[in-house]
Design a protein around this ligand. Sequence first.
Ligand SMILES: *Cc1c(COP(=O)(O)O)cnc(C)c1O
Length: 407
Amino acid sequence: MGPPPGRVGPASRDRTRRAPTGCHGPAGDRSLRGVDLQRWLAEAVSANERWLAEFGAFAVDASQRVDDDELAAPFAELVERLRDNYPFAVAGYVATMLVNPNNHALDGGPATAEMEREVVAQLADMFGLPDHLGHLTSSGTIANLEALYVARESHPGRGVAFSADAHYTHSRMCGLLGVDGFAVPTDPAGRMDVDALERLLLTDRVGTVVVTAGTTGLGAVDPVDEVVALRERYGIRVHVDAAYGGFFTLLADDSVDGVRSAPWRAVGACDSVVVDPHKHGLQPYGCGAVLFRDPSVGRFYGHDSPYTYFTSDELHLGEISLECSRAGAAAAALWLTFRLLPPARDGLGQVLAACREAALDWADLLDSSDRLRMYQRPELDIVSYFPLTAGSGMAAIDKTSARMLAD
Ligand SMILES: *Cc1c(COP(=O)(O)O)cnc(C)c1O
């Protein structure tokens, strides 16, 4: 794939292979990129060299010496094999990775642990959770696992309900945690059917309800507000899986092209929330996050690691996380991103607004198409449609869709 021609943006994508997208647009003409990687990666390496020089001269052990010529072939192979991927802004991640801090303990990554606290506080602010306990994770899967683990510990013997359109991770993690999982039917818009939920709650078998704010299939936002309203009556926890959709809270203003605000405004009243900065937060994988409204859930994290927690009496991130070692680079990359694009309407919100606008434009095009039919209007930025030429039945639609993707 050569450098793609023309402008940045969806309108220029008339290529047969995927063009690189993301923060720095097409390769080739550097003025088209949002970030000058040649400059910032070189700066990352120089900064790392200056820091290493402060330790004085030392010889690298023979076991670690690599011949540059020997590296050339496998490196070229790596670059070749990555051609079918999207490149993303990685300057912050790479600069930190050269130092390789571990955010398990303050001792392993003092600066990046502090950055993690700062970005987690920004995420908590975004959702309206002032007294939070939270941390980054390596993924949304692990973040949700932690939320369900805390749910099991705080509501022993009771199960977890999630909508039939929730991410499959929830039923799988219920199996892993040994708790009953209940799939609640969805309404025609793909949102949890609250009447069906209430019938299930009457059985007293459910301790926690997972609401999905942005399903992975349709981008449907469950009625978080209506589920929160049931909390006292049924003594349930409410967990929000906003792994995909979380940053859309920045657009929740009920404006014509905006996002419905009622479910998002209720997130701050829920017990826990998960968001994946590695989805709509522009981050390299893996960067998820879990936040709890009640900091005292920290008591459920048993830990015993005196050998890593020796320089500070402050709470170490590893004491409130199921994962042990984690890349400090992920925290640094998110911190750097939030410096440029804070999680606010006029920061990262602009990026989300562009995604939403593109989805709505596409929806308008589908409305006037005689070949494709929109399944439903996008609630966030996921557009679902099917080919009208397929004939009837799901199998025919699948087959035609697969052919469209391959063509
Ligand atoms: C992506 C996603 C997950 C899983 O997160 P990973 O970061 O892929 O592990 C869970 N829930 C929802 C709603 C998601 O969209």
